[in-house]
Every structure is written in C-alpha cells, then in structure tokens.
Design a protein around this ligand. Structure first.
Ligand SMILES: Nc1ncnc2c1ncn2[C@@H]1O[C@H](COP(=O)(O)OP(=O)(O)O)[C@@H](O)[C@H]1O
Ligand SMILES: [Mg+2]
Length: 235
C-alpha cells in the first residue's frame, strides 16, 4: 500500500526494482529523500548504485514499483521532462561540441527559456568556473569540463541532482569546490541530491545520511556513522 508522501519529501521510491534479462540489478527498494538533504549512496563496486540512480530518472526503466517526485508519479511525466527535473551528473563530463555557453543554453532552450548573459555568468560562478562563456569546450581541462557539466545540469533548474561519482577523476581542490556548490544549491533551493561515492571521507563531508547497497539490496539506511559501521562489516 502506498501512502501519500509528506510535503517535505522530494523523492520517494516505493518498491522500485530493476531486472535485466532475469538478473536482478536492484531488488525492491523503498526510501525517501527530503528537501535540503544530500544522501550518500554507498556500497561495494557492482552493488547496484549506478543502476539505482539510472532508475530514478528512467535512463533505465524500473521493472516494478512507484517513484514520486514532489508527490507526482514520475511515470505521468514525459522522460525528457523528468530528466530535466532530475539531473544526472556522471563521473565523466558530458558536453556537446561547441562553446561553454551553448552547452548551458541547450536545456533551457528545450524548456522555451533563453538564459541571459547574467544567468550564464551566475551559473558559471556557482560552479567556480573562471573561464570565458565563449570558450570552446575542447579547450577545457577535465576539472573545468566537469564543472561546466554540473552548471549545464543546474541550468535546467532541476529539483533533484543525481551524482554518480562526479568528482572521482578530479583534483582535491576541484572536488571540494563541487561539494560546496552542490551543498549550497541543495540548501538554497530546498532541493535534494543523491550522491554516489566510494570516498568515505567525501561521504562524511557531503551528507548526514546514507544508503548502503549490497548485491542490489538496500541493506542499511540511516545516520552516516551507523551506515559506515555497517559498510565496514560487509564481506
Ligand atoms: N545493463 C546491464 N545488464 C546486465 N547487468 C548489468 C547492467 N548494468 C549493470 N549490470 C550489473 O549489475 C550490477 C550492478 O552494477 P552497477 O549498478 O553499475 O553497480 P555499482 O554502480 O554499484 O558499481 C553489476 O554486477 C553489473 O555488472
Ligand atoms: Mg557505478
């Protein structure tokens, strides 16, 4: 039985599962994320973290269960609309050929919006990108490209950010800057984020609460230190 979610619940997963060719990647999974919250998604390699994130914006189609975004069943939304409201940032930056600015304009244009020069600069400031909006993305370093990738996702004005090890290829300074950007965005806008990381110190910095996956199951959720204790006992 599903019950209506409370007003501050941004994202609710109810018995969401993923089966691919008779292999269960994610067993029925129920959990909620509230406004202002970053939840760290932890687990050994192959435990289903990326699969879970892909279910949330329907890059992979759930095999069962219900997903609610602000109490709206996400299956009533067009996938393209869902993916703008639930933005995904992966380990490798994903940018189109062209300029930094054209990458930022892409999503808003699809929503019928055009970003002003000031909007563009605000987005770039938010991710501490000091380069020029006119720069070709081919000239960017890996860290710069990842920051522009995050800015491009934020340009869509999502409600939820899904972050799949977005800083694991970056240097320490850039990593800390991106952590700060996401935490500020979550707090200022009353949004939420799910952040997959294998860096347990990063998990402590970004989140108060965590989910622990093992073999496609949610084996523990709760305060960070309790989940880290449970993680250390996994065999
Ligand atoms: N499309 C797929 N088809 C079949 N198996 C998959 C597919 N995607 C991932 N897997 C398998 O599902 C398991 C979980 O993968 P993944 O979600 O990528 O784990 P994690 O992100 O925690 O490392 C792994 O055993 C992986 O090999
Ligand atoms: Mg993964």
């Amino acid at each position: 039985m599903s019950t209506p979610t409370q007003p501050d619940v941004v994202l609710a997963l109810e018995q969401v599962s993923c089966v691919v060719q008779d292999t269960v990647l994610v067993h029925p999974f129920s959990a909620r994320v509230s406004a202002n919250e970053v939840v760290a998604v932890l687990g050994p390699s192959g435990s289903g973290k990326s699969s879970l994130l892909r279910l949330v914006n329907r890059l992979a189609e759930p095999s069962g269960g219900t997903l609610r975004l602000h109490n709206t069943d996400v299956f009533t939304l067009a996938p393209q609309v869902l993916r703008q409201r639930v933005g995904l940032v992966m380990q490798q930056p994903h940018l189109f050929p062209g300029t930094v600015e054209s990458n930022l304009q892409f999503g808003p244009t699809q929503q019928g919006r055009v970003l002003s020069k000031k909007d563009i600069q605000n987005l770039l400031d938010q991710v501490s990108f000091a380069g020029k909006p006119e720069a070709s993305v081919e000239t960017l370093s890996g860290g710069e490209a990842q920051r522009v990738s995050l800015a491009r996702t934020l340009a869509n004005q999502p409600d939820v950010l899904l972050l799949d090890e977005p800083t694991s290829a970056l240097d320490e300074a850039t990593r800390l800057r991106i952590e700060e950007t996401v935490r500020q965005w979550v707090k200022q806008k009353q949004h939420c984020a799910l952040w997959v990381t294998h860096d347990l110190e990063q998990a402590r910095r970004i989140a108060d609460r965590a989910w622990l996956l093992h073999n496609g199951n949610l084996v523990k959720q709760g305060p960070m230190e309790e989940v880290l204790d449970a993680f250390s006992t996994l065999t």
